[in-house]
Write a protein that binds this ligand. Sequence first.
Ligand code: ATP
Length: 591
Amino acid sequence: MTFKNLSLYLEKLDNTSSRLALIDILSDLFKSSSKAEISMICYLVQGRIAPFFKPVEIGMAEKTVAQSIAISYGSSKDEVLKLYGKLGDMGLVASQLNSKFKVQNSKLTVAQVFEILTQIAGTNGEGTVEKRLKLLSDLLKKLDSISAKYLVRIPLGNLRLGIGDPTILEGLSVAKFNDRSKKKILEGAYNRTSDLGLIAQILWEKGLPAVEKLEVKVGYPIRSELCERLPTPQKAIEKMGTVDVQYKYDGFRVQIHKDGDNVSMFSRNLENMTHMFPELIEGTLKQVKAKTAILDSEALAYSPESEEFLPFQETTKRRRKHGIEEMAAKLPLKAFVFDILYKDGKSLIDSPLTERIKALKSTIEEDGTLIPTITQTISDPKELGIMLEDAISKGLEGVVIKKLDSKYEAGGRNFNWVKLKRHSAGELHDTIDCVILGYIFGKGKRADFGAGALLVGVYDSKKDEFVTVSRIGTGLTDDEWREIHKRADKIKVDHKPARVSSLITPSVWIRPEIVIEVLADEITRSPIHTAGRSTLRDEPSGSDSKSKTETEPGYALRFPRLVSFRDKDKKAEDATSVKELAEMFFQQYKK
Ligand code: ATP
């Protein structure tokens, strides 16, 4: 496939505001992709040249890209930047300047462009900027206007077409099997490896059975298993029987991969965090008695002397790109390891929890950095209540209880793991993670800050869509409004993003990227929100009965207020899901 052809598809994807259309366009694109290029195309539609967890960055500064454009199209950097000021998008600038140029039908293939982008990403050391500049400008000279538009957005990190991973999986299923029936199998492989390109390539080369057999691999993050909620220890034991109980630590989820002397680490949202925590690398090499292993843990600052767990806000200071060694010395982290998913070449995700805990204990040697979590087997609600109190008195969030015979369900959130928190006693005390979808202009004083209310939503994981749940106007200081406005303006779009479903049209739509933690008094039902809203149809039963259509109202938040920004550790898809919200809705009355 030529890069021009791919760019024509990217343009179609860019212009649609319907998710169904996204899938159709993607499946057409995938159908025309060969075995050799399908994985590259999967990465490129997400503006990448590797899966998210690989720390491959093509990042170039705006000024460098402007200079490349200037060199390619016989212009000056200042002129390019001036035009950029007018058009607001470097892709449009490149496309406009290129159109005066003679290249009409560039024959460069996706593979050739991918190769150059890989070279750009691989350049380092002295003269990096100049080398990257030359590679990009040589490439731009050979491309036509539409290709140039989409190409320059890639090194700038601006090719955000808002295509979620589940949508790509659906597109692959439709392309190969003409329907979505195989999406589940593809999703299973994705939960084990997190690599869309790899899955697509195996599907194209070897077919579905090979994808089904795709196992956990060291160096490829496994999608995290998450917790459900239950209101009380009684309810938990009633539903789950005998359980293993562990403390719920409030730090960062860190998945540790050991491959001989190589250690890599991933966050809950698949980001590579290897370089952030040198003390955990050292601890892993020293303490893990296995050649290869994958561990699931929560990392946080902890003082063994005083048995003090530092609050999340303190631990969070360690998520940074600079001054890492200094911070590691000042605020060393411990990893509380609660699971082992792979050991010496063998996946353990299908072994029952009790066996995994046994394996975990025999794999980690004591030394203080990696600490296997204490696990207690409990079947008495009273005893569970005492352990919950104990956790809270130690300054922890609560406990996580786990079914003894459960497998590790990669990417799953179900009643195999349940969190019990401090105030789980019935009312709505847990916060909800929402995604900002747009904002509504304010009047009066608020107008100065450009926003009067935020339109926020949650994630419908079944449909891979963002659905609205509330408008938030209170709980934000003037500074927070300014901050939101500044960030939102960088990602505003001129039409409703394809994966957003809303009955409300805000003054400004933004791409669903900013996650905020929200506290509300209650979850209520509401006809104006799309979270959990569904259309029920009564099929005609007799010849004279008419088909009746009813609408189940959505969910809404009553008295919502902002607690914190969570986009450092959560992607939009990690926001609270509609399913969780519905469960919280029903639980709030079960006191
Ligand atoms: P919250 O905002 O309540 O932390 P969350 O959406 O981040 O919720 P949950 O599924 O509700 O995630 O809670 C699971 C998280 O708790 C895990 O992602 C992990 O980071 C953390 N955690 C702490 N201790 C444990 C433990 N012993 N077992 C499993 N997860 C644990």
